[in-house]
Write a protein of this length. Structure first.
Length: 252
């Protein structure tokens, strides 16, 4: 069989490609690209959209003339005829996302909002409940600034910032801590709470509600797309495995 690739002394033929993709963990990536191609096959672009896509492509790749383009294609083993596919693929994908999930972003945002809201909070974590209670008392009585106590007593990296953390989305901290912050009022220090191996003293500094701006819209659109895509890839892999199993049972 004629070798498809020659790498050093090793000749790789067509029959080896799929096993190698599995071996190197690259099969899901290949399937990802194939599923995307299938999904965007019917997406059409206006001429001005194609021209703008080419303009951005040349700028991104820093290509100034045909000679540079040919060198770019050659370095990637591509033909000139494949360029249109490469240049327009991203734009078609973005249109597919918008056509499929654009109208659902607002409702999805409302589902996700609680975890997208951001907080700035102060934290002290210690191992000893007696120490935690003493520190909480000092905070409550304004005997010593929270930041000063955090630098002196806190056992985590927050000690370097005077206990100050954030802004972070409420989906980032431990769920128990997130619930504590969600129910807090700014400036309110919560009583010592055990969480795992630590005893925490937490004070909400600022609550920053999420907004459905352009950046968040794009992020949520991509989240829905990635969820769909993961399901499609899993389905292809599972169905392929089932087919292989049935084939083996027939052979047996």
């Amino acid at each position: 069989m004629t070798a498809l690739l020659q790498i050093g002394d090793r000749a790789i033929n067509v029959d080896e490609i799929l096993p190698l993709l599995k071996q190197y963990g690259m099969l899901p990536q290949l399937l990802r690209e194939i599923v995307i191609d299938d999904a965007t096959a019917s997406i059409s672009l206006a001429e001005e959209e194609v021209q703008e896509a080419y303009k951005q492509f040349y700028q991104q790749q820093q290509l100034g003339d045909e000679q540079q383009l040919q060198a770019w294609l050659k370095s990637r083993g591509l033909e000139r005829e494949q360029l249109d596919y490469l240049v327009t693929r991203t734009l078609k994908l973005e249109k597919f996302k918008q056509d499929t999930w654009g109208s659902k972003v607002e409702s999805y945002f409302l589902q996700r909002k609680e975890k997208l809201d951001k907080v700035i909070y102060s934290l002290i974590r210690v191992n000893d409940i007696a120490v935690a209670q003493e520190l909480y008392f000092r905070v409550q009585e304004d005997e010593q600034p929270f930041a000063e106590l955090a630098r002196e007593y806190s056992k985590g990296p927050e000690a370097q910032t005077g206990g100050l953390i954030g802004p972070v989305e409420l989906g980032v901290p431990h769920p128990v801590l997130a619930k504590m912050l969600l129910k807090s009022q700014p400036g309110q220090a919560l009583p010592p709470t055990r969480l795992g191996d630590w005893i925490l003293i937490v004070r909400l500094e600022q609550f920053l509600p999420a907004q459905l701006d352009a950046a968040t819209h794009k992020r949520l659109l991509n989240e829905q797309f990635e969820t769909w895509l993961s399901g499609e890839i899993s389905s292809v892999i599972n169905n392929s495995q089932l087919s292989a199993d049935k084939g083996d049972s027939k052979t047996d």
